[in-house]
Design a protein around this ligand. Structure first.
Ligand code: 5AD
Ligand code: SF4
Length: 496
């Protein structure tokens, strides 16, 4: 039996797909890269914005025909939309066989088998924490922390891995759906995390990204001792073979000085901090129920830059939130200028039914205004990203080589965004504008010499494109930066 998984959304979903694939492979299934010959198609879904959900429902609509042509085939919907919509998925797409919430991955194989054996639809979701249930423990238990043994073949690269350190969210930002679909915040035990990192290192993994909805809120207490993210970083740093560690996504008020100092002092901790600001106006931050002021966020930016040399900070922003005025929007622009982010993920506000914002305020900023603000903010950010990138020209840095560049022919490596749904685009890549002669020369010299265009990442997570051989993937190399585009640096290998 063969399966195919399609994943949208954030890094949590990418990891969940990897774990789901490992479950199925362990049970004897084979993974395919396209749905054509699959017996089971799984959609791992996102609910953060309406647009993501609509895309999933139309993709499901297209699968109806596929399913009728392939008797016995199955469709499963997992992830946040499965948890949010529950039976509604079966109502809107009656040919779906399995609906599985993000806290129920351990039941995937059993439910798929049950659907195949009985022909009946199967549903497993966590308890809705807003549906009158007050027993937090019971709700928590219904979102099972589940990170089973990893298989190397379900990761894009053996040398890189994501490790979940916490699940769920307790911040309740008024616009967000995550606290309801991913359940209460739960941290994994440090021992379990460390064992997983050691096992990954033994498989050849050199770079780990610790993930959590608010990863720096990590807190685990046992026997009177509390472990925080800074302690975890130290533990991971001591694992033989792990040379790079990052963590995403951080919540501004949980960024302690100890954590920033750990990033500065631990050799494996990379100077990359993703800490979403969401807005630059206090009135909007308050309405969003973020627990800081813009002044506090600016202080955080100052603390990061002054503590961690060469730090890159990235952020998320929502434009067009309920009642956002032009002046308020301009304060977001001001914050982007002030913080000089490496890049920002910018989203147009999308009303999510049932949450505080949907209940209290009208989604009153017209779509064209949201779009214009999105583009305006992106233009400001892109200029800053380009300035940063230009500042690296002439410098040498170490990269972890990932593989051949996806856009090898054009010489532009588009940055893989943290979120599949983000509107971020690379203006150079998208406009088809000619790239500079020296880059053209680099590409043609690669072709002539039999080399390929490879990509790697710097400590602060910037992409470097260079001419090299495929066997460099997974190795650390020194490169000299010779050219810069807004999302990409171009470099040459430095002889060692
Ligand atoms: N509308 C638009 N963007 C949202 N995000 C979260 N909820 C919404 C929403 N309702 C954005 C935030 C968050 C990122 C994952 O998605 O910026 O950091
Ligand atoms: Fe959503 Fe806010 Fe939690 Fe992030 S911190 S997942 S935006 S509720």
């Amino acid at each position: 039996m063969k399966f195919y998984i399609e994943t949208v959304g954030c890094q949590m979903n990418t990891l969940d797909s990897e774990l789901a694939a490992a479950e199925l492979i362990t049970a004897g299934w084979e993974r395919l890269e396209s749905r054509k010959d699959a017996d089971l198609v799984i959609f791992n879904t996102c609910s953060v914005r309406e647009h993501a959900e609509e895309k999933i429902y139309s993709a499901l609509g297209r699968l109806k025909h596929w399913k009728t042509q392939k008797p016995g085939s199955l469709i499963a919907v997992m992830g946040c939309m499965a948890q949010k919509d529950k039976e509604i998925v079966f109502q809107r797409a009656p040919y779906v066989d399995v609906v599985l919430g993000p806290g129920k991955i351990d039941q995937l194989v059993a439910l798929v088998s049950a659907a195949a054996a009985t022909g009946l639809q199967q549903l497993a979701v966590g308890i809705d924490r807003f549906a009158g249930k007050t027993d937090r423990r019971e709700v928590m238990d219904s979102f099972r922390l589940y990170d089973p043994k990893r298989l190397t073949q379900t990761r894009p690269h053996v040398f890189q891995a994501m490790v979940r350190i916490m699940f769920g969210c307790d911040k309740f930002c008024s616009y967000c759906v995550v606290p309801s679909v991913r359940g209460p915040e739960q941290s994994r035990s440090p021992k379990e995390i460390l064992d997983e990192v050691k096992a990954l290192a033994a498989q050849g993994c050199v770079e780990v990204t610790l993930i959590g909805q608010t990863v720096n809120s990590y807190r685990y207490t046992e026997g009177g001792k509390t472990t925080r993210l800074a302690d975890l970083l130290e533990m991971v740093d001591s694992v033989e073979g792990i040379r790079r560690v990052r963590f995403v996504s951080s919540y501004p008020t949980d960024m302690t000085d100890e954590l920033l100092q750990a990033v500065r002092d631990l050799p494996s901790a990379m100077p990359y901090i993703h800490v979403p600001a969401q807005h630059g106006a206090n009135s909007m931050l308050k309405r969003m129920r973020r627990r800081y002021t813009v002044e506090e966020y600016r202080d955080l930016v100052d603390r990061i830059y002054s503590t961690i040399p060469g730090a890159a900070i990235t952020s998320d922003f929502i434009v067009g939130f309920c009642g956002e005025t032009e002046e308020e929007f301009q304060q977001t622009v001001d914050l982007v200028r002030y913080a000089r982010f490496k890049n920002s993920f910018i989203f147009k506000y999308s009303e999510r039914p049932g949450n505080e914002a949907a209940k209290k305020w009208e989604d009153d900023v017209p779509e064209e205004v949201k779009k214009r603000r999105n583009n305006e903010l992106l233009a400001v950010q892109n200029e800053i990203s380009a300035e940063w990138n230009r500042s690296f020209v002439g410098q040498e840095t170490e990269i972890l080589v990932e593989g051949p560049s996806k856009r090898e022919s054009r010489g532009i490596a588009q940055e893989e965004t943290l979120y599949a749904e983000c509107e971020q685009t690379d203006p150079v890549a998208d406009s088809g504008a000619p790239i500079s002669t020296s880059v053209e020369e680099l590409i043609s010299s690669a072709k002539n010499s039999g080399l390929v265009q490879m990509t790697g990442r710097t400590p602060c997570d910037r992409i470097v494109v260079f001419n090299g051989t495929r066997d460099l993937a997974g190795t650390f190399q020194r490169v000299k930066i010779v050219e810069a585009a807004p999302f990409t640096l171009f470099g040459t290998l430095v002889e060692q």
